[in-house]
Design a protein around this ligand. Sequence first.
Ligand SMILES: NC(=O)CC(=O)C(=O)O
Length: 285
Amino acid sequence: MLKLGTTMARSFRIALVQMSVTADKPANLQRASKLVKEAAAGGASVVSLPECFNSPYGTGYFPEYAEQIPGPSTDVLKKAAAENNIFLVGGSIPEEDNGKLYNTCVVFNTTGEMIAKHRKMHLFDIDVPGKITFKESETLCPGDNFTAFDTPFCKIGIGICYDIRFAEMAQLYSKQGCKLLLYPGAFNMTTGPAHWELLTRARALDNQLYVATVSPARDEKAKYVAWGHSTAVSPWGEVIATCEHEETIVYVDIDLDLVDQIRGQIPLTVQRRHDRYEVKDKTQS
Ligand SMILES: NC(=O)CC(=O)C(=O)O
């Protein structure tokens, strides 16, 4: 869509699918398909599902719900991407590979080809006394690679949830030429109100690009209660689209000219003191 000769389209619509996730995996997959179709009908060229869209979020659930890639869940995503002619960022699923488990996001292009696979690099291990203790590393292993993919619009970088706390990762994506970063995530009722929007704005402002976060809808009865509030922030650091915690689809129009305008007005990229400091991708050395 919208690729005019060698000219890249300068604007496009994305959809953040804040879906309700239950303990019933086949029902989750069906729901995801339906909502992706709705998002495409709403004009989105890039659609993202939330973290752990096929399983409840929790270390006890990961081994039970994990599957290989390709597998039943990614087959559903592949079909949904091709049928709706969209780029589909498959939130994340618990992945099993060679006896190890990962929290993994796969991306399909408009013909249903898998073009990217990101394993959460930074595991969510925290201890906030009296509030929340969580240790993803009890059952998961971290991924080792950065993940960005090309579209006819712009390059898009992927992180999963806790990855958003690591400013260096976003900086590297920006350095690679990404103009949009997508973070499927599931913050909680402690860190959500405190940090979700702030981190989304911080990564956008630091790097002068668009950032969007995609949460599952809140289920008050779940063991882990998600914050919701799927949000998009402009390269100026402004929240341009958001929602509360119920199931919904958030649509966002991305204007790539705005990225260039803001970078022209406040030219951080050329003002960086590369002679004095550096953020480096060590996976390439
Ligand atoms: N669930 C996560 O990975 C991250 C999170 O909730 C937080 O950083 O806070």
